[in-house]
Design a protein around this ligand. Structure first.
Ligand code: PXP
Length: 237
């Protein structure tokens, strides 16, 4: 199972000061050196974290794979076609949400999503649709030529009992099998962390997981000691 790192939250921290640190592009390059298989960023309509500058620089510098998460809007599709990530993951986007809250409704938006896939394919960009592990959504994704689906793992990650977690994992297993039978690649993400990944990794045939918040949160904490010691050396020398 491959693993891509989402660096949106580095940009969130940067933007709180309106300055240029920490830089999600620098973080992405260090993550590549550390061995990740890809970098994920979500260019939102409101640019609350990742900016166009980030996406364009990442396109120049990322050597593994760039996955641009995006809503199917005219402005963002144009940027995607111009920048040329290896993969565009289409997600639903609401201005008020703290993070992506659930999968796309492919069935209800089929002609918009179909046209968007065609436009991205014409620019040699593969497409993934972020959806719930539901058979009818997977069928719709295959019908309109999606290369991948990304299964929303938020319900699994937020399960409050072992039983609920087990049931959702079963739903995910069935969904993965179905998508594979239809010839699509299968990614997964949202809310995966250092605990639940131990169970999630047992799901067969997932091509890639996309993880952001848990890793950036951990990086801040495990990096404190080194950052403090570095400053102490500067102050005391
Ligand atoms: N996949 C998609 C489509 C997402 O929107 C997000 C959140 O930005 C993730 C994966 C990663 O989720 P998390 O930050 O909870 O690991």
């Amino acid at each position: 199972m491959r693993f891509s790192l989402n660096v949106d939250h580095i940009a969130t921290l940067r933007n709180t000061r309106g300055e240029d640190q920490p830089d999600p592009v620098t973080a992405a390059l260090i993550a590549e050196e550390a061995g990740v298989d890809g970098i994920v960023v979500h260019l939102r309509e409101d640019r609350r974290h990742i900016t166009e500058r980030d996406v364009r620089l990442l396109r120049e510098l990322v050597k593994t794979k760039l996955d641009l998460e995006m809503a199917a809007t005219e402005e963002i599709i144009k940027i995607a076609c111009d920048v040329g990530p290896e993969l565009s993951t289409l997600v639903p986007e609401k201005r008020q949400e703290l993070t992506t809250e659930g999968g796309l409704n492919v069935i209800d938006n089929i002609s918009l999503i179909k046209d968007t896939i065609k436009e991205l394919h014409d620019s040699d960009i593969e497409v993934s649709l972020f959806i719930e592990p539901e058979i009818n959504q997977i069928d719709a994704a295959a019908e309109i030529n999606s290369d991948f689906i990304e299964i929303h793992t938020g319900v699994f990650a937020n399960a409050v009992s072992e039983e609920e977690q087990f049931d959702e994992l079963e739903r995910i297993r069935t969904a993965v099998k179905h998508a594979k039978k239809l010839g699509m690649g299968v990614n997964a993400g949202h809310g995966l962390d250092y605990q639940n990944i131990k169970i999630f990794r047992e799901v067969p045939d997932i091509d890639e997981v996309s993880i952001g918040h848990a890793i950036i949160a951990r990086a801040v904490v495990v990096g404190i000691k080194e950052a403090v010691q570095e400053m102490m050396r500067l102050i005391r020398n």
